[in-house]
Design a protein around this ligand. Structure first.
Ligand SMILES: Nc1ncnc2c1ncn2[C@@H]1O[C@H](COP(=O)(O)OP(=O)(O)OP(=O)(O)O)[C@@H](O)[C@H]1O
Ligand SMILES: [Mg+2]
Length: 214
């Protein structure tokens, strides 16, 4: 179980701080919704270690995560935007998700399979700068999923996708999350995504997370 207990944080100049508490179970998707500017991306930055709370607890199966810097937290994070190195190919972008030292043959195979899963077979050599918004989003998702860490944080991962692709990505994420026992936290504005994927749903309002109905 991933548990955040009253993580307190305020951006510079912010009067009332956030107080974030949530629980996310392994193998399940926990959804976060809330208005634009309500603090959803801020919450993910706190969980990933890019921001530091002034107080509170964050633990995974009882282990304290707060002392860990982002690079050693057991977290994969898909940011809301600007996820790719534009000058690198789709393949090289996805490869960044694999641990350093992964043998070359294994790397190529895993990356090709991850791109194929995203409906991007054959896109390996394309520079990211030549991809559409939805294609970029899927390349970034492939990289994030390949990291295969116990906590998966997804910030609006389907925003640039058409309905059909969106449903395919939803199924893939749901299946992987269950198979790998990831604690998945999905930020989404879409009731459909939440209903299809999430077993638990929090709404972020007035700086706090409240249990919500799907
Ligand atoms: N680095 C920063 N410094 C100061 N204020 C910030 C910073 N980042 C975000 N904020 C403010 O914090 C609030 C929450 O921002 P955040 O990006 O977490 O919202 P969000 O819920 O993800 O919104 P959206 O749905 O539009 O992505 C906003 O009012 C934003 O302006
Ligand atoms: Mg955001």
């Amino acid at each position: 179980m991933l548990r955040a207990t009253d993580l307190v944080f305020a951006h510079k100049g912010q009067d009332a701080p956030y107080h974030f508490s949530l629980e996310a179970r392994p193998g399940e998707v926990t959804a976060i919704s809330g208005a634009s500017g309500s603090g959803k991306s801020t919450l993910l930055d706190l969980l990933a270690g890019f921001l530091t709370p002034t107080s509170g607890r964050l633990d995974l199966d009882g282990a304290d995560l707060l002392p860990l810097p982002p690079e050693t937290r057991p977290v994969s994070l898909l940011l809301q935007a600007d996820n790719l190195f534009e000058h690198l190919s789709a393949r090289d972008n996805v490869e960044l998700g694999l641990p350093k030292g992964t043998p070359r043959a294994e790397r190529r195979e895993k990356v090709a399979a991850a791109l194929a899963d995203m409906g991007l077979a054959g896109f390996d050599d394309k520079p990211a700068s030549t991809l559409s918004g939805g294609q970029k989003q899927r390349v970034a998702l492939a990289r994030t999923l390949l990291r295969n860490r116990p906590i998966l944080l997804l910030d609006e991962p389907f925003s640039a996708l058409d309905d059909e692709t969106r449903q395919a990505m939803r199924s893939l994420i749901g299946a992987l999350c269950a198979a790998q026992n990831w604690h998945t936290i999905l930020v989404s504005h879409h009731a459909d995504d939440i209903a299809a994927l999430a077993t638990r749903h929090y709404r972020l309002e007035n700086g706090r997370l409240a249990a919500a109905q799907n």
